[in-house]
Design a protein around this ligand. Sequence first.
Ligand SMILES: Cc1ncc(COP(=O)(O)O)c(C=O)c1O
Length: 391
Amino acid sequence: VSFEPEAGNFPVFTRDSSGSLPTAEQYRSLVGRHVSELPTPSLIIDPTILESNVSRMALSMGELGVALRPHWKASKCIPVGRAQLAAGAVGLTCATAAEVEALVTSGVRSIFWAYPPVGPQRVRLAVTANQFAEVIVGGDNADMLRSLSEAASASEVTVPVRIAVDTGLGRTGVRPELAAALAREVSALPSIDFRGIYTHEGHVQAQGPDAELREKTATAAGALMVEVAETIRRSGVPVTDVSVGSTPGGAITAAVPGITEARPGTYVYGDDNQVSLGTVLDTQCAAFVLARVVSTERGETTIIDAGIKAMSSDGSMRGDNRIGTIVAPVEGVVFAGHEEHGFARGISSLSNGDLVRIRPNHACGLSNMHSHAFVVDGDRVTDVWPIVGRH
Ligand SMILES: Cc1ncc(COP(=O)(O)O)c(C=O)c1O
């Protein structure tokens, strides 16, 4: 995998994916400063925890002999993707057109676009991007993949394809019993290189904090994928890739013999929902929102400058409606949020201007709310990373 930005003339069809760069550049002068000098609210990353998350997952998948292709939407930071690749990931996974553009222009050479190629813009990008990198495309319907095949043929490009299988999440994906028929159709399409199947076993998370139940669900999803792959092979169509992916399913789904690839994303930062499930330890969370107390006029309720625009409005799995959990300097809960205001309890000992660190509910939503992340090692700002490919 090359990290050099070779694709300088890569055409960009959606919003400029590096549009946030100037913002990050503007904050470079803060590198070397104390964390208290940062503007708030800010997304801050602990590099030591991040590095250990990156290597732990790489090691875990390496031990299983399963290729790791992390979902990059959790960070949308090129340095994070590079660290994941350097630790042994075979490539990265993404969901949006903007993410594909950001990764291709950054020189990432193997990408899985785990999203149906529907609409002229996505079809065009799937074809064009494959002139610069390997961009495997996911889909669950013969007609949508026929349109992709026609566009690929017109440009004399071959597009690698995996078909999505629904193993229980009930989102996209063909029903397992229909996968072989679809695979036969897709593998016969011109300019399409049928690679195999994928699923996102996101329903593992919905099983809640019962580890046994999660394990059963995660294993069942992997076993179903292997069974579907076997059925497709028996029908005469070769299957190379049997790809699964989620943080709660993690190494459990990946450990099912026959799974070839795993695509966890959230693990890289961790978040409060994973902590509440028990799939990530609080000590393994690398991403926080740094916020300030801005009003103490409401008695036990303290107002901070991080609302849903800093945290995202992704729900909590703790059964309350919190938008985040305050972890320092005292423990508290951001129990509600307006756009720029958070309503916190448990921190009434603090004064206006005091800093708090918040562990947000969901890392992926969090990253999408910010145009840059500050790397904070101890109390020092050590870097500013642009967050690219937003929206
Ligand atoms: C297709 C796909 N693969 C992998 C993942 C990564 O899952 P997680 O965020 O649980 O790590 C996601 C997350 O939404 C996804 O949609």
